[in-house]
Design a protein around this ligand. Structure first.
Ligand code: ADP
Ligand code: MG
Length: 263
């Protein structure tokens, strides 16, 4: 579903690369989590996969083709800090905006069909996320957890085969985050999910693979992160930082609890 080969990307010639020599494959049906420190390149990786940024070297395929051709098949919820909540827009219209992408990029729907379907699909997506009752409210008045559900509904509204979520639980309280993950587990039955997250607890409970991003990228099956190791990791920032530090080394950590504990 996603394939990167030897991808390097810099924002400018003066900057050192945000991502270097990334090779990564995400198969259909996977639930993959992207982890790594702030500034490590998680959002950059997501934007490259969507074709919103172009790599200087290497190749990126989404559904086997150039990302700009196929990204209409992806539902994308960007990192929330980038959204301007002062903009006066109600919840239903936020979700409907997800349909415009579907229409423009597919270019196959007639205008009439789009108009007739869009509201029903927006409401269905809101219902799926359990927030249909909020649809007439102003988006800016919602809590962090409610906003998050609305933004996922927006991403789901184009009936994606792949859902890409960039730090979806930022600004969401822990109990809302738990409910949110339960919803994601349900969604994963029908859609491939790629999610950047700082919450390593979700790694052990939900995801199939973990993509560590800190300029370089290493992918692991979740088994390498389960048990005491992961519980320790997500309860302790210090150990999380250690993990991230190791992600940046050429001898990347991969495996045994003992070798990790010895650090
Ligand atoms: P993450 O999502 O893991 O926090 P980012 O992908 O946002 O990391 O950032 C990776 C690196 O690229 C950081 O050093 C960041 O400062 C830099 N960066 C991100 N966006 C831009 C941009 N628009 N212009 C220049 N540098 C950027
Ligand atoms: Mg980011």
């Amino acid at each position: 579903m996603i394939e990167l080969k030897n991808v390097s990307f810099s924002y400018s010639v003066e900057c050192k690369p945000a991502l270097e020599n990334v090779t990564l494959t995400i198969p259909r049906g996977e639930f993959a989590s992207i982890v790594g420190p702030n500034g490590g390149g998680k959002s950059t990786l997501i934007k490259l996969i969507l074709g919103l940024l172009k790599p200087q070297t290497g190749s990126i395929k989404l559904f086997g083709e150039a990302p700009e051709k196929t990204r209409y098949r992806v539902g994308y919820a960007p990192q929330q800090a980038k959204v301007d909540y002062r903009f006066p827009i109600n919840v239903q219209d936020v979700v409907l905006a997800g349909r415009f992408g579907a229409r423009t990029e597919k270019g196959t729907r007639t205008f009439f069909r789009f108009n007739r379907d869009n509201k029903a699909r927006a409401i269905a997506a809101l219902e799926k996320m359990g927030v249909a009752d909020l649809r007439r409210k102003s988006f800016g008045d919602l809590s962090g957890g409610q906003r998050q559900r609305v933004l996922i509904a927006r991403a789901l509204c184009c009936e994606p085969e792949l859902l890409i979520l960039d730090e979806p639980t930022n600004n969401v309280d822990p109990s809302s985050a738990k409910k949110f993950y339960e919803l994601l587990a349900e969604l994963h039955k029908s859609v491939t999910i790629l999610m950047a997250s700082h919450d390593l607890s979700v790694v052990s409970q939900l995801v199939d693979s973990v993509v560590c991003v800190n300029r370089v990228v290493q992918s692991h099956p979740t088994e390498a992160f389960t048990g005491d190791l992961v519980r320790d990791l997500y309860h302790s920032d210090v150990r999380l930082v250690r993990h991230d530090h190791r992600c940046s080394e050429s001898g990347h950590f991969h495996g045994e609890e003992d070798s990790f504990a010895a650090e």
